[in-house]
Design a protein around this ligand. Structure first.
Ligand code: AMP
Ligand code: MG
Length: 342
């Protein structure tokens, strides 16, 4: 698997329009408006694509473009296999320049800028810490020395990116880039772009629970206490929604739960309060900010969300906080979250 699995089943898409021409005509019709639904494994999780088109063949062809684009992004970003551009950066000798093509060098510049904007709560250079806690394996609690070494190898200053030449250098032998908190968001953006190019105006792409919508869709948000149940739903219009929370991707070591979301500032797993959900115009932004806001927690997360909005970075945050078994909802102004059964 190229990416760790996420709780895909936890989120279900409640599409507002099941079929443009009425349900009965949908599945079999060769001509006339149709919706195509596909589910397959991609990026180490479940990819579900739902595309409406003028006819079945057009919707199917467009969905194929989206699936292909996500496969292409996975090939380019994965650090679970050898040979991709990020993997080459992660294996370079300290100071050795690796020449990246414009797509990857611009993407790295963009995510490093987000790391700065979130004051490193989101930190794509978290790979040494992910290794120290063995989050891609069975999990482990590192001793103080191993943790100190990992912390010393983490941080943007361990990389030098040169936008003009496209060169990337890692400056410390243990430094590494981890794509886990932003790769799927970027893949969603590219899939949506592929659908737009194909003329699609009504579609959803769900990659392991993060959903991007072309047009309007209602998306369920999982209850952090029981992740296979929805706590409520949000309406998306030409936007993406991402949730970060401790899931089955966390590990249990000697009876102690270790979350997969790390606070790069301490080197420890971020404290678990429930979940952070972000709605943003792009999948990349939603993915990055949901990770950052989980690490920051509800109070600081909501404050950063607002300050980013003031600086022109559109986003809305939803925090589901578990306190004494009850769910408390904290949300950005204007975010409409419909509680289940309320
Ligand atoms: P997400 O589920 O999108 O919040 O991403 C979580 C994944 O990103 C983890 O499994 C790690 O691979 C990586 N990660 C953990 N903590 C951070 C962090 N603070 N910043 C960036 N990536 C992280
Ligand atoms: Mg993320």
């Amino acid at each position: 698997m190229a990416f760790p699995a996420r709780a895909a089943a936890a989120l279900l898409i409640l599409r507002l329009s099941l079929c443009l021409s009425g349900e009965a005509a949908c599945p079999a019709a060769g001509r006339g408006p149709a919706r195509v639904e596909r589910r397959l494994a991609s990026m180490g999780t479940v990819l579900a694509v739902s595309v409406a088109g003028p006819d079945r063949a057009a919707a199917l062809a467009a969905s194929e473009e989206a699936v292909r684009e996500i496969g292409r992004v996975e090939e380019r970003l994965t650090t679970w296999r050898r040979g991709g551009p990020l993997d080459r950066v992660n294996r370079a000798r300290p100071g050795e320049p690796i020449v990246l093509d414009p797509e990857i060098s611009e993407l790295l510049a963009a995510i490093f800028a987000w790391s700065e904007r979130t004051e490193d709560a989101f930190d794509p250079t978290v790979a040494p810490l992910v290794r120290a806690w063995d989050l891609r394996g069975r999990g482990r609690v590192p001793d103080a020395e191993a943790l100190a070494r990992a912390r010393a190898a983490t941080g943007r200053s361990k990389f030098r990116l040169d936008a003009a030449s496209g060169e990337a250098r890692r400056l410390a032998a243990d430094a590494g880039i981890d794509e886990g908190a932003w790769g799927k968001g970027y893949a969603l953006d590219r899939a949506v772009e592929a659908l737009r190019r194909a003329g699609v105006r009504d579609a959803t792409v769900d990659l392991g629970g993060q959903v991007s919508a072309l047009g309007r869709a209602a998306v369920a948000v999982a209850d952090p206490r029981t992740r296979d149940q929805a706590a409520g739903s949000l309406i998306l219009t030409d936007a993406s929604v991402s949730t970060s929370g401790n899931s089955e991707r966390g590990r249990v070591v000697e009876g102690r739960a270790i979350g997969h979301l790390l606070d790069p500032r301490t080197g420890y797993p971020a404290s678990d309060f429930g979940s952070a959900t972000v709605v943003a115009p792009s999948g990349l932004t939603a993915d990055i900010l949901s990770t950052a806001f989980f690490v920051l927690g509800p109070e600081k997360g909501l404050a950063l969300s607002e300050s980013l909005r003031r600086r022109g970075f559109e986003n809305q945050a939803l925090f589901l906080v578990v306190a004494n078994g009850e769910l408390k909802v904290l949300a950005s102004p204007g975010l409409e979250f419909h509680r289940e059964g309320k």
